[in-house]
Design a binder for this molecule. Structure first.
Ligand code: DX5
Ligand code: ZN
Length: 233
């Protein structure tokens, strides 16, 4: 199983904004440009008003890269598909707190299948619901847009939620990285990292602005500067 270092700023390009007719080339290009993780947005047309791709496509893409695959499941009944995503080569799987009633069971299932387990919160969902499942999660994904589409604007109130969650994790002695997704790019990388996020998802900021290396380098630089001397023990 992969290891997530909560002290390292990691850049995760979201494939949603890539050229879908050249997925393998696009993935190789972001890997070459210094990406750390590949973020895969899985949408079912029910939980969110859009449809993307699923395990058969991911299984083919597994051969294009060595980057860890991070599947963000925006789907109803995620438990039904966890095994298929792991078999397709996914290393991190996150499920929405809002998508099902038995969250702990979903997280345990993800770990049991051999992937890192994440919980995702929509912008309006408070972080307090996470308190009793922290031992079951490997990372927490905070949405900074309403999920469904790339290219939306960062919702400013989420910045406070990142701070609150980060404080809650530190006080509880939990070394759980916070991932942030939606409207993130060079313009706000410093701010989200100083708030406490370390895994930065970026779709349109990277894929709509080649060369990819420039954007990824800038985000890493800004993130590292903002992180300053802070580190988990
Ligand atoms: C939205 C997805 C995001 C999206 C981010 O539902 O979860 O991962 O691709 O795209 P940008 O970075 O363009 O906001
Ligand atoms: Zn996403």
């Amino acid at each position: 199983m992969m290891n997530l270092d909560p002290n390292r700023v990691l850049i995760a390009p979201s494939l949603l904004s890539a050229d879908f007719s050249r997925l393998c080339d696009e993935i190789a290009a972001v890997e070459e440009a210094g990406a750390d993780i590949l973020h895969l947005d899985i949408m079912d047309g029910h939980f969110v008003p859009n449809i993307t791709f699923g395990p058969p496509v991911i299984a083919k893409l597994r051969g294009c890269t060595n980057l860890p695959f991070d599947a963000h499941l925006m789907i109803e009944n995620p438990d039904q598909f966890v095994g298929a995503f792991v078999d397709a080569g996914v290393n991190m799987i996150s499920v929405h707190l809002e998508a099902q009633v038995h969250l702990q069971r979903s997280l345990a299932l993800i770990r049991e299948k051999g992937a890192l387990a994440g919980v995702v919160l929509n912008p309006a969902t408070p972080p307090y619901g996470l308190k009793y499942i922290l031992d079951d999660v490997d990372f927490i994904l905070l949405m900074s847009v309403n999920p469904g589409f790339g290219g939306q604007a960062f919702i400013p109130s989420v910045m406070d939620k990142v701070r609150e969650l980060s404080a809650m994790l530190r006080h509880g002695g939990k070394r759980i990285p916070i991932e942030i997704d939606g409207g993130v790019g060079p313009g706000n990388a410093a701010e989200v990292v100083s708030a406490g996020a370390t895994i930065l998802v970026a779709g349109s900021a990277i894929f709509n602005h080649p060369p990819y290396r420039n954007v990824i380098d800038r985000m890493k630089e800004e993130g590292k500067m903002a992180q300053g001397g802070f580190a988990y023990a």
